[in-house]
Design a protein around this ligand. Structure first.
Ligand SMILES: Cc1ncc(COP(=O)(O)O)c(C=O)c1O
Length: 511
């Protein structure tokens, strides 16, 4: 049987929706014939003529940080930009097949079916999302991560945070267990407890070359569930950030995912795949050059074939995977926009919940994202080209930060290791405390040291599902190269960090 109907929470399954404006649907009198063009005297929606906005112009860039560089030659075929607040960089963007679109106009009304106009975008709308954007999400997933079965759908959300809350609601009843990577995006734990669920941590293996989840541990946990967790319900779901894991930066290979999926089949649980970072699939570290060569891009086909790590969706033949997507990291977080991809039964449950918690996502956000993707980038492949530009920029930033760490005294003295991420925006910095160190106390002290040196990082233990469970392998910090304003800031941040560690170790692990 396809679908995860048996895993949907009783709460979600019991929900129905109806709207007071819906006319009678049963008991039609003999001879009734619907009028072909009924007039609306029922919906409380203002005619769009009342909207004070007639059109919106959106001004765009061709590549990340374009406006941070001084333009020296604006011929698109041979664009060379130099001088910046980004360090001594020259940026050479790729040749583009079509002329660059710098401004798009969103009109009050359009007849183009791929676009959202003001009359529609600023109006009340379907909970699932506006037609053109919904179509884009389906086309995008078909191109990037096509599920291994037919009955899948998408629904627009207010970002991954909202998607996660809705996935938790769709699956978890009180006392239902969900397995979670022991270090994780902890806001999700609140969604789990809000639904009455119980989060059980699964060990991670935190070292270079690891896949994140400790498969042996997971297999043993499932095989011996009754002994290890007597009295607890069997796990109903696994929550995993399988690519560029937050906070460790680790990534599961497709072979690994198949093994985890087999366990999901054997023990009948759903997989919630949260993937804000997967499209930023990074090449291995190499010493950064002063130039970000955006013209050395992969083609979209090469990227999809050889670099983008397949989603759990692609190995899912039964509809037991719920994939959480977001536009936060690839477009902008303030849009509060994302989507869920899942079996249609899950999407129906999510839709019923959306109808009472969020209703539809912001129409303004939907029209901006949809129309920029269509009018600026020309649809799915153009959007993927933009993602490739982000990927190149992130990969440069990752290289800049890692080089600073590799060049440091603390690294040379083996006080620290780093995990070179295969995707995303996080690096785990592992602190090699001498055997027997009470490192939770020392990590706390080290955070004071970082504050004194002027650098912010996240202690891994802050992102533990269960601090006691994870105390023994929480000797790491999460670093990110996402927010820095420039290469100089990244270099300076890395120096402050490694100098602080060196100082701390030289003082015998004291402040
Ligand atoms: C793993 C993970 N999931 C979800 C989110 C939330 O993303 P959004 O801004 O789309 O709600 C984040 C944000 O940092 C994240 O790292």
């Amino acid at each position: 049987m396809t679908g995860i109907g048996n895993l949907i929470s009783k709460r979600a399954a019991a929900r129905t929706t109806s709207h007071f404006t819906t006319g009678p649907t049963d008991g039609a009198p003999e001879g009734f014939k619907a009028h072909p063009k009924p007039l609306p005297l029922h919906w409380g929606m203002p005619n769009d003529g009342f909207f004070p906005i007639d059109s919106i112009d959106i001004n765009l860039v061709d590549f990340p940080f374009e406006k941070s560089y001084q333009l020296t030659n604006n011929s698109l075929e041979n664009l060379s930009l130099s001088g910046s607040n980004q360090g001594a960089q020259t940026v050479t963007p790729p040749l583009e097949p079509t002329k660059s679109v710098k401004t798009i106009r969103i009109e009050r009304r359009t007849s183009d079916p791929d676009l959202i106009d003001i009359a529609t975008g600023l109006q009340y709308a379907n909970v699932e999302g506006l037609g053109p954007l919904l179509k884009f999400t389906r086309d995008f997933i078909t191109r990037t991560h096509k599920p291994g079965y037919e009955n899948w759908e998408t629904i627009i959300t207010n970002g991954a945070g909202d998607g996660l809350n809705k996935a938790a609601d769709a699956l978890l009843d009180p006392e239902d267990v969900i397995l979670i990577e022991e270090f994780t995006f902890t806001p999700f734990l609140q969604n789990v407890s809000n639904a009455g669920g119980i989060a059980v941590p699964v060990k991670l293996s935190i070292k270079n070359g690891s896949q994140g989840l400790d498969l042996e541990y997971l297999t043993d946990l499932l095989e011996n569930w009754e002994t290890i967790h007597p009295g607890k319900n069997k796990p109903k779901a696994l929550y995993t950030i399988a690519t560029g894991q937050n906070p460790t930066g680790l990534t599961q290979t497709v072979e690994f995912r198949k093994k985890v999926y087999d366990l999901a089949e054997k023990y009948d649980f759903a997989i919630i795949e949260d993937d804000p970072y997967g499209y930023l699939a990074l090449p291995p570290y190499q010493p950064p050059s002063a130039t970000i060569k955006l013209d050395e891009f992969l083609t979209v086909d090469e990227y999809l074939k050889d670099h983008l790590i397949p989603s759990y969706l692609e190995i899912d033949t039964k509809g037991r995977v719920i994939r959480i997507e977001t536009f936060s990291k690839l477009f902008a977080p303030g849009l509060r926009l994302g989507f869920i991809v899942a079996h249609k039964d899950v999407i129906a449950a999510v839709s019923n919940y959306s109808a009472i918690v969020t209703r539809t996502s912001s129409g303004t956000s939907q029209l901006i994202v949809n129309n920029v993707i269509q009018q600026k980038f020309g649809g799915v492949d153009g959007w993927l080209q933009w993602i490739l530009k982000m990927r190149a920029t992130y990969s440069h930033r990752r290289d800049v930060l890692l080089k600073t760490i590799f060049d440091s005294e603390a690294y040379a003295k083996k006080y620290i290791d780093v995990i070179d991420p295969k995707a995303g925006m996080f690096v785990a910095l592992i602190v090699n405390f001498p055997e027997g160190t009470d490192f939770l106390t020392k990590l706390k002290l080290l955070v004071w040291k970082f504050a004194a040196y002027g650098v912010g990082v996240v202690p891994g233990i802050n992102m533990a599902v269960d601090k006691k469970f994870s105390a023994e392998h929480a000797n790491f910090f999460r670093l990110t190269y996402a927010p820095a304003n420039s290469d100089e800031e990244l270099i300076e941040g890395g120096k402050r960090l490694t100098d602080a560690i060196n100082d701390f170790f030289e003082k015998g692990l004291e402040f």
